[in-house]
Design a protein around this ligand. Sequence first.
Ligand SMILES: Cc1cc2nc3c(=O)[nH]c(=O)nc-3n(C[C@H](O)[C@H](O)[C@H](O)COP(=O)(O)O)c2cc1C
Length: 361
Amino acid sequence: MPNLFDAIRVGAIDAPNRIFMAPLTRGRADRQAVPTAMMADYYAQRAGAGIIITEATGISREGLGWPFAPGLWTDEQTEAWKPVVGAVHAAGGRIVAQLWHMGRQVHSSVIGGQPVSSSATATKGQAHTYDGKQDFETARPLDIDEIPRLLEDYENATRNAIAAGFDGVQIHGANGYLIDQFLRDNANFRDDRYGGSPENRIRLLREVTERVAATIGADRTGVRLSPNGDSQGVDDSDPKSVFVPAAKALSEIGIAFLELREPGPDGTFGRTDVPKLSPEIRQAYDGVLVLNSDYHKDDANAAIEDGRADAIAFGRPFISNPDLPERLRNDAPLAPDDMKTWYSQGPEGYIDYPALETATA
Ligand SMILES: Cc1cc2nc3c(=O)[nH]c(=O)nc-3n(C[C@H](O)[C@H](O)[C@H](O)COP(=O)(O)O)c2cc1C
């Protein structure tokens, strides 16, 4: 049976191991969502990952409300990604861009207009903005005539990802963002063909995936979903009824990989008693299945050896252990990460976590 350290072919991408880097927002771009030079160092330091999935990256101003997160909708952003991707490739790595539309999880002061969603809903609590935290506002439902434009935005970002040299893209369908706001029934109250039945709620995910796959190739397209439990106020009364057919639809499109963020009852970053759906999704989806949340070496290896997953995505461990695959291989101690620098703008807590050789030197 394969384990974490075995190579795997992921669509058109050859990954030398099954230790993937989960998408991690770090807030080191500039206010125009243009990547900065230190992002090249950060990602190159982590090139030992089987595949790096980048931090969530905006497909449009409308879709990007996280302060200092990067985008992929302008030429300037695209140009600035080139040295980042180039540095990862020069270090022997592979990197796919996570494409992000946050839907209602934004504040108007950042996106310059009313947030959009499937329906007129608001997230409880406060949004991160350039002026501290501010209350979430009620979103404007996307008009059905705006969906073609939204699909154009995904295509444009995908074209820019190709131009920047990325090995692929991952559509962010998880964590309560726009696609998830269409998928789950506590956020989607539409009465058109994008709302109501599971088939209708899956439609946007399907159309986005088809468009992205037509642009970059299904074999370079990944998707991330978070099927079990509440994500930033977005939840479903019967997850199986929507996420199993969604996985089937993605299987038919033939995407390269599907990644599931599945918190458990004892999760340390999100937790839920809603059971994980990966066993059912494993049956419905034929491609490479990547699982995430709270994995350590032993349970990650067990998931792969038992055939429950093909690869595991590690999030927080990659923040503080740039050489995570080597550390896992050698059973070396893992350095703890520091929450205070997760989203701070400087190099501190970003590119100053040493690799093992340097740490022990
Ligand atoms: C600082 C931070 C930023 C994150 N940013 C993203 C993101 O941009 N996109 C995403 O899909 N998930 C994001 N996540 C969730 C992680 O990808 C992952 O699901 C989570 O950390 C659980 O995995 P872990 O237990 O291996 O850390 C983020 C998590 C953290 C801690």
